[in-house]
Design a binder for this molecule. Structure first.
Ligand code: GLY
Length: 379
C-alpha cells in the first residue's frame, strides 16, 4: 500500500467492507480503518433482514432503492460464496406484517394495492394463510401483508466474505485504528486524523455508522446519531419453520427452536446497556405476534447502535462541495439491506464503467440536509 492510498474508508463494518470491495474492483488502492468497536457495533447486532418492502411505505421515495438493494444480493451473494467458500445463508422466503386493527387492515390493504400497481409483488393474507407460513401466530391477528421477495441473510458471514474478497484485491485493513476526523486543505480532503497519527489519502469515505457524526473536520455537522436497539433470542418449545413476522411493536424471526426478537428504538446516546425495560419490551413484542413466546426463556440479549438520520434515510454519495469526500452512512434500520448497494453506488464513481442503471438518488443525497445552509460551510 502506498503512503497515499486512493481512498481511505473510515469504518470497518459491513458498509465500509462493501465500499472497499466495490472500490478495489475498480482498481483503487484502498485503506480500510477498522476501529475495532465491539460494544454496540451495528453489523454483528443486526438480525440480517432484507426488508425492502417491510421497511418502507409504498410512497416512500427510498423504496425503489430498497428493492434494488435487496435484489443486488441475488448476484453478489453467489459471487462471494464462490470466491470465499462461505455460506451466506441468503433466504428469500418473504416477510409478513401482521395486522391487529381494522384501521391498520384498511391502510395495509391500500398499501398492497399501490405496491402491486407499481409492479412490486405483495399480497394480503388472511390469518389462516399466514398460519401456513408461521404456525403459532396470535389468533387476534386480522390478517397481514406478505412481501414475498423480502428475506434475510447471515450478515456476519457476508461481512467476512466482503473483507476476504476485498483483501483478495489488495485492500489493506488497519485493525484497531481509531479515526477521529478528516484533515482538509484549501477545500479538499488531504487525509484522516487517527489516534495513531495522521494518514494521507486521495479520497475519504465516511462509513463509521453511529460514530460518523462524531468525526471532526467535516465541512458541516453530519446528522447521524446513535439509535439504540435491544434484541433477544428466546427458546421456542415447538419446532417452527423459518419465518419473519413484523408485529405492531417489533419483529420475530423464528427458525427451529429459537426466535430472534427485536428491537427497541431508543435515543440514549452511545449507551449500550441491556435494561429490564428493554428486555420486557422485546418480550411483549414477541408475545404479541406469537403468544407462546410471552414466557419463553431468554437465551441471550444484546444491543446495537443504528446510525440514525433526521429523515430515517441513509446518506450516500459525494459531499455537495468537497469533491473527494464521500458519505456511506446513516443507514438506520437498513444497514444490512443497503450495504451491497451502497458499495456499488460509491464504487461506480471511481471506475471507468458506464453508469449501469439509472437510480433516483435524491432520497439519499448527502446535500439534502444542507441545501439552504451552504453558509455554514466551515472549510
Ligand atoms: N433492521 C431492524 C432494526 O433495526 O431493528
Amino acid at each position: 500500500m502506498s503512503k497515499n492510498p486512493d481512498v481511505i474508508i473510515i469504518g470497518g463494518g459491513i458498509v465500509g467492507a462493501s465500499c472497499a470491495l466495490a472500490l478495489a474492483k475498480r482498481k483503487c488502492q484502498v485503506l480500510l480503518l477498522d476501529a475495532g468497536i465491539t460494544d454496540g457495533a451495528a453489523t454483528p447486532a443486526a438480525a440480517g433482514m432484507l426488508g425492502a418492502l417491510a421497511e418502507a411505505s409504498p410512497d416512500d421515495a427510498v423504496l425503489a432503492l430498497h428493492v434494488r438493494a435487496r435484489d443486488i444480493y441475488t448476484t453478489l451473494v453467489p459471487e462471494l460464496e464462490e470466491e470465499t467458500g462461505l455460506d451466506l445463508e441468503l433466504w428469500t422466503g418473504g416477510i409478513l406484517e401482521a395486522v391487529f386493527s381494522d384501521a391498520e387492515a384498511t391502510r395495509l390493504k391500500s398499501a398492497v394495492a399501490r405496491l402491486r400497481q407499481s409492479g412490486l409483488p405483495a399480497d394480503w393474507l388472511s390469518l389462516d394463510e399466514m398460519l401456513e407460513c408461521a404456525p403459532g401466530l396470535n389468533p387476534k391477528i386480522l390478517g397481514g401483508v406478505l412481501a414475498p421477495d423480502d428475506g434475510m441473510l447471515n450478515q456476519v458471514k457476508l461481512h467476512e466474505a466482503l473483507l476476504i474478497a476485498a483483501g483478495n484485491r489488495g485492500v489493506e485493513v488497519r485493525q484497531d485504528c481509531i479515526a477521529t476526523g478528516v484533515i482538509s486543505r484549501s477545500g479538499i480532503i488531504v487525509g484522516v486524523d487517527t489516534k495513531q497519527g495522521e494518514l494521507s489519502a486521495g479520497n475519504v469515505v465516511i462509513a463509521a455508522g453511529a460514530w460518523s457524526g462524531a468525526l471532526t473536520g467535516l465541512p458541516r455537522p453530519l446528522s447521524v446519531e446513535p439509535v439504540k436497539g435491544q434484541m433477544s433470542v428466546v427458546q421456542v418449545k415447538t419446532n417452527r419453520p423459518r419465518s419473519i413476522v413484523y408485529g405492531a411493536h417489533g419483529y420475530v424471526l423464528t427458525n427451529g427452536n429459537e426466535a430472534m426478537v427485536g428491537a427497541t428504538v431508543e435515543h440514549a446516546g452511545f449507551n449500550t446497556d441491556i435494561t429490564d425495560n428493554g428486555t420486557e419490551y422485546v418480550r411483549k413484542a414477541a408475545a404479541e405476534v406469537f403468544p407462546d413466546l410471552g414466557n419463553a426463556e431468554i437465551l441471550r440479549s444484546w444491543t446495537g447502535l443504528r446510525p440514525g438520520t433526521p429523515d430515517g434515510r441513509p446518506i450516500i454519495g459525494r459531499d455537495p462541495d468537497v469533491t473527494n469526500l464521500w458519505y456511506a452512512t446513516g443507514h438506520g434500520r437498513n444497514g444490512i439491506l443497503m450495504a451491497g448497494l451502497t458499495g456499488h453506488l460509491i464504487g461506480r464513481n471511481f471506475g471507468t464503467d458506464e453508469i449501469d442503471e439509472e437510480m433516483v438518488l435524491d432520497p439519499v443525497d448527502p446535500g439534502r440536509f444542507w441545501k439552504n445552509r451552504r453558509g455554514r460551510l466551515v472549510f
